[in-house]
Design a binder for this molecule. Structure first.
Ligand code: UD1
Ligand code: MG
Length: 462
């Protein structure tokens, strides 16, 4: 089976300078969903018709599909399939054609449509020239209406909204934009479709009435779920499609042992993976290739992108974790910022208003309040006091800070990199450390405190 994706249109109703099909839904281009649905349905030979700003569509889909060019992006869906003749003209079997703006079609529906065609052929002994995916919508506005022979699933024609009579407009069965054409029959009929009087476009849907007038068999096949029919023509349609996909993904993980609190507020990209017994609180965003291990709890309002969160980790509310690894049993947050290239070791505790960038935090380390740790290596079991800062940037270059195992860095200390604190060393609070501290040493670097008896009260009264 071959498949052809139509992605050459101007997308006028979308009001964008970019092709409509490259706009993102949950971080992936709309057309990516169409191609990945076809792949999941077992179809490898995929052609994509491009035209308007073809380069941008190529950029998002890469070179694992065949590109065909439509010269006139206003030519219409029929013209798009004609422009791709090269791809299918010698094909003796079925050609699936799918709109690039139909991201909600499910892989199982694509599979079932193919099965349906084979079943009808086998059991009824008729050759299906075209099978069209349809569904019933309570509001069919904007879709092609499917006009059928009463009481059967034989389609007589598909009428576009603007050409429909009031009676036809009242029909609630719509064309979902996925077709299985017997390629030799399509080749015979498609070149004969004339341009629409209203728009001058060549409608692919016109093929249907031409086929039936020649005694060819056109059947409808019902979508598994009516949301599959959604064609994304406007930005609002995109928001709706994104919401449907988001809830599908949440449902998928929910069925695999993940609890979502207020799922309507949770954002989950399609490539995110979640372990069993994960608990996701409201307003959480999980993006990119984030992997979340079993038993993890992600607190309200947290944002996690391209991160790996190990088994049993707790991310307390309002934390941001991007491009980092948090090892099993660690705790992050509330209000922590864990940045790219960071590894937070097992059972470490990173607390409120602590920012960590490109650092290795050893297991059991505690940095629980108000610290900046950048380009550092922090040994096992070290304690980083409130307000500790690694001054890793001298205005020109970044430098590294090493903090030994079991080392204690007192509150509000400034570690000016490059600098190294040995294992089990001790930095007194408020110190400015500019030289290496040997293993086991105590470093104090601050002006001695002075006391003046009674002078405080006097100053207050002055
Ligand atoms: C189309 C169908 C309509 C169906 C609906 C489902 C036709 C004539 N109408 O309408 O019956 O109910 O989809 O969503 O087919 N494209 C090209 N080249 C073109 C024009 C369009 O490649 O010249 C591509 C677009 O990029 C888009 C797809 O074809 O991905 C569908 O085109 P669109 O203009 O959105 O068709 P609809 O009006 O939605
Ligand atoms: Mg459309």
């Amino acid at each position: 089976m071959k498949a052809l994706v139509l992605a050459a249109g101007l997308g006028t109703r979308f009001k964008s300078k970019r092709p409509k099909v490259v706009h993102r839904i949950l971080g992936k281009p709309m057309v990516w969903y169409v191609v990945s649905t076809l792949r999941q349905a077992g179809i490898q030979d995929i052609g994509v018709v491009v035209g308007y700003k073809a380069e941008e569509v190529r950029d998002v889909l890469g070179d694992e599909v065949t590109y065909l060019h439509q010269r006139d992006p206003k030519g219409g869906t029929g013209d798009a399939v004609l422009s791709a003749m090269e791809f299918w003209k010698d094909h003796e079997g079925y050609l699936l054609v799918v709109n690039g703006d139909s991201p909600l079609i499910l892989p199982e529906t694509v599979r079932n449509l193919q099965r349906f065609v084979h079943m009808v052929e086998e059991y009824e002994g008729v050759k299906i020239s075209c099978a069209v995916l349809t569904t019933f919508l309570s509001d069919p506005t904007g879709y092609g209406r499917v006009i059928k022979e009463e009481g059967t699933d034989r389609i007589l024609r598909i009428v576009e909204e603007r050409d429909a009579t009031p009676e036809e407009r009242a029909v609630r069965e719509v064309n979902a934009g996925l077709y299985a054409f017997f390629a030799p029959h399509l080749k015979e009929v498609l070149p004969e479709v004339g341009p629409s009087e209203a728009t001058g476009e060549i409608y692919l849907t016109e093929v249907v009435s031409l086929m039936t007038s020649r005694g060819m068999e056109v059947r409808s096949f019902m979508a598994t779920d009516p949301t599959e029919a959604l064609g994304v023509n406007t930005r609002w349609d995109l928001s709706i499609a994104e919401n449907v996909l988001r809830l599908r993904i949440i449902r998928f993980w929910s069925d695999r042992g993940v609890t979502f609190h207020l799922p309507e507020t949770v954002w989950l990209d399609p490539d995110v993976t979640l372990g069993e017994e994960v608990e996701i609180e409201p307003d959480v965003t999980l993006k990119g290739k984030t992997k979340v291990g079993p038993g993890v709890r992600i607190g309200r309002g947290s944002y996690v992108e391209n991160a790996s969160i190990g088994e049993g980790v707790t991310v307390l509310p309002y934390s941001v974790v991007i491009g980092a690894t948090v090892e099993p049993g660690a705790t992050v947050g509330p209000f922590s910022h864990i940045r790219e290239g960071t590894v937070v070791g097992q059972k470490a505790e990173i607390g409120a208003f602590v920012e960590v960038k490109r650092s290795r935090i050893g297991s059991g380390v505690k940095a629980k309040h108000l610290a900046y740790i950048g380009d550092a290596e922090v040994g096992e079991g070290a304690n980083i006091g409130a307000g500790v800062v690694t001054a890793n940037y001298d205005g020109k270059k970044k430098h590294k800070t090493f903090i030994g195992k079991g080392t204690f860095v007192g509150s509000n200390s400034l570690l000016i990199a490059p600098v190294s604190l040995g294992d089990e060393s001790y930095v007194a609070g408020g110190s400015v450390i500019t030289k290496d501290v040997p293993e086991g040493a105590l470093a104090v670097s601050r002006s001695p405190m002075r006391l003046f008896e009674g002078k405080g009260r006097k100053k207050l009264k002055d």
